[in-house]
Design a protein. Structure first.
Length: 162
C-alpha cells in the first residue's frame, strides 16, 4: 500500500524544524505557541487561557530535540530547570520574536486531546531537573510575548508584560 492510498504523515514537524532553523540562521529567537492539555508537559503556572508561549532558541534550552512526534528540551523557569515535552500536534504557531514572522497551525483535533486521567497514566509528572545537568538560560522563565502578529514586515507589535 503506497502513501497516497493511506494517510500521509504530518508536515508540521518538518515545517517547525525549518522555521526554527531559519530563525536561528538569521539571529532571531524562535518562539512556539502551544495549546496545553493534560498531554503537554510544561510548568502549569505559566499557562494562560490554555496556552503557553515558549522560547525554543538554543540559548534558552538545553538538549533541544525537534522530533516528528514530540518537542523535548530542558529550560529554566524562575531559576528552576524543568523538563518540557510537547506533542508536535499541540504547537499552534512558531515565529521569530524580533519581527513576528512565522507560521500558525490549526489547533489539535478534539480526538487528539487526551483526557486528564489518560494523559496522567501515560506520562510521568513534571519534575525539576538538577541544575548541574547543563547550563540553560533563565530567558525561558520570563513571561514570553503573545503569538505572531498578522501582516508582513516591520517591527512586531507584541507587548511583553512582566
Amino acid at each position: 500500500m503506497s502513501l497516497s492510498q493511506q494517510e500521509l504523515p504530518s508536515t508540521r514537524p518538518y515545517l517547525l524544524r525549518a522555521l526554527h532553523e531559519w530563525c536561528t540562521d538569521h539571529g532571531f529567537s524562535p518562539y512556539i505557541a502551544v495549546q496545553v492539555d493534560a498531554s503537554v508537559q510544561v510548568p502549569q503556572e505559566y499557562v494562560k487561557n490554555g496556552e503557553i508561549v515558549l522560547n525554543v532558541s538554543f540559548d534558552a534550552t538545553n538538549g533541544l530535540r525537534l522530533g516528528n512526534d514530540y518537542i523535548e528540551f530542558k529550560a529554566r523557569f524562575g531559576g528552576v530547570a524543568r523538563e518540557i515535552i510537547i506533542p508536535v500536534g499541540h504547537v499552534i504557531a512558531i515565529y521569530a520574536r524580533e519581527n513576528g514572522q512565522g507560521m500558525a497551525f490549526p489547533p489539535p483535533a478534539v480526538s487528539e486531546v487526551l483526557p486528564a486521567a489518560a494523559a496522567d497514566a501515560e506520562r510521568a509528572p513534571l519534575r525539576a531537573v538538577p541544575s548541574d545537568e547543563g547550563a540553560v538560560s533563565d530567558e525561558a522563565g520570563e513571561p514570553p510575548p503573545d503569538g505572531p502578529t498578522s501582516g508582513g514586515g516591520g517591527r512586531s507589535h507584541l507587548k511583553r508584560v512582566k
